[in-house]
Design a protein around this ligand. Structure first.
Ligand SMILES: [Zn+2]
Length: 54
């Protein structure tokens, strides 16, 4: 019964990335991030990591 809830959390975390240099959060599709098309709004760095990893 908890599958829907877990799915929602999964989806939320999947699309959130954290800038490695200024640590601001960016929401973007993982496909674009892996292609290097997403840049940080603050420092325009392309070095992002998924928010899930701590
Ligand atoms: Zn940044």
């Amino acid at each position: 019964m908890a599958t829907k809830f877990e799915e929602a959390i999964n989806r939320n975390l999947k699309n959130i990335y954290v800038c490695r240099s200024c640590k601001s959060k960016i929401r973007a599709p993982s496909l674009k991030v892996s292609q290097g098309k997403i840049k940080c709004r603050n420092c325009s760095s392309a070095k992002l990591r998924p928010k899930r990893k701590k």
